[in-house]
Design a protein around this ligand. Structure first.
Ligand SMILES: [Zn+2]
Length: 344
């Protein structure tokens, strides 16, 4: 367990361990359209993200590389469906549960693709591989996860700025960067013919919104651009797939969070008072059934992020959830447990 808790998304995992959700669909291949597949990863036990893949005429494009062990879960399932070579793996962003499996994907034959921000943020956060001189998140994760320790970090080498398109006449996948959201390098995979979008962590379906590397105000605007594509099917990076309501609810959660924090800002509250109001905000958000399932372990950090983005000072007394998550130990996470998650 400690192994997982060193990763950037460890808080989400801890939430699940504390309050397991009904997840019958985990680790099952879902065919969302002809030659288009979605696979919900086992975040609760292994920290895995969801994957998608598209079988083109000549090759397979995989969405997200997962952790190394997650890549090893999905690769045999893909190979069971097609003998086409796995030629590309797309990192929706730089976090470990989406990109640390790059080496495994590479060994399976894939070139790693990502927005240029994925490479930039790997350099900033993930590792001393680039000569930064000090260990980063990858080294931390490798101390606790055998799959990470047995692999190595492989950055994306096929980079795009705004769009990279795969189109063989039958299938078309547009990898899009639409602005800052969960990170500064988020990419979306948009299938205009089928109107399917694979979102990465820029849209999740459950209590998984880690906001430490992004910007909530920008995130809402970026979601507007994805909603404007009018997808019929939304495949998030954590939690089950759904329809366009998944994007709408994700955005509504952030809008509601900002509205609650702004009320306090407008009332002239101090950082300490806003911090003390986190539970009240949580209860206000929970009243809306469309967004209640987004409330979890990250709530205090989300309130502080919303507040500081509005110009407020950092919270005076840090709760553990507001410390950089990669540095947290399991016991610290458990102190701030949230047992009031709704069951689905
Ligand atoms: Zn992430």
């Amino acid at each position: 367990m400690k192994a997982f808790l060193r990763s950037a998304h460890s808080l989400a995992l801890a939430t699940l361990l504390l309050a397991p959700l009904a997840r019958a669909e985990v680790n099952v291949v879902e065919k969302v359209a002809p030659n288009v597949y979605f696979h919900e990863g086992d975040i609760g036990r292994h920290g895995h993200c969801n994957n998608g893949w598209i079988v083109f005429n000549d090759y397979v494009l995989i969405i997200d590389a997962n952790f190394p062990s997650g890549a090893q879960v999905v690769l045999p399932k893909i190979k069971a469906l097609t003998d086409k070579p796995i030629r590309f793996a797309f990192d929706t962003h730089h976090h470990g549960d989406h990109a640390y499996g790059n080496q495994v994907m590479h060994e399976a034959g894939a070139t790693i693709v990502g927005h240029s921000g994925v490479l930039a943020e790997m350099k900033k956060y993930e590792t001393n591989l680039f000569g930064g001189g000090k260990p980063g998140r990858w080294e931390d994760a490798a101390k606790g996860r055998k799959d990470v320790a047995a692999s190595k970090l492989r950055p994306p080498s096929l980079l795009f700025e705004k769009q990279l398109t795969f189109d063989d006449g039958t299938h078309r996948v547009e990898l899009l960067h639409l602005g800052v959201a969960h990170t500064y390098g988020d990419g979306w995979a948009w299938l205009p013919k089928e109107r399917i979008v694979f979102t990465g962590d820029a849209c999740v379906n459950g209590p998984y919104n880690y906001i430490g590397d992004g910007n909530i105000h920008e995130w809402i605007k970026t979601l507007d651009k994805v909603i404007a594509l009018k997808p019929l099917k939304v495949c998030p990076a954590h939690g089950p797939s759904g329809g366009p309501e998944v994007l709408a609810n994700q955005q509504l959660y952030f809008k509601s969070l900002l509205a609650e924090v702004k009320k306090l800002k407008d009332a002239g509250k101090t950082a300490a008072e806003v911090q003390a109001a986190s539970d009240t905000i949580k209860e206000a958000l929970r009243k809306n059934e469309k967004i209640a399932h987004y409330i979890g372990q990250f709530i205090n950090a989300q309130v502080e992020k919303a507040w500081t983005e509005m110009g407020g000072a950092a919270f005076p007394a840090k709760k553990q959830a507001q410390v950089e998550p990669v540095r947290l130990k399991a016991a610290q996470l458990l102190v701030v447990s949230d047992n009031s998650l709704p069951s689905r």
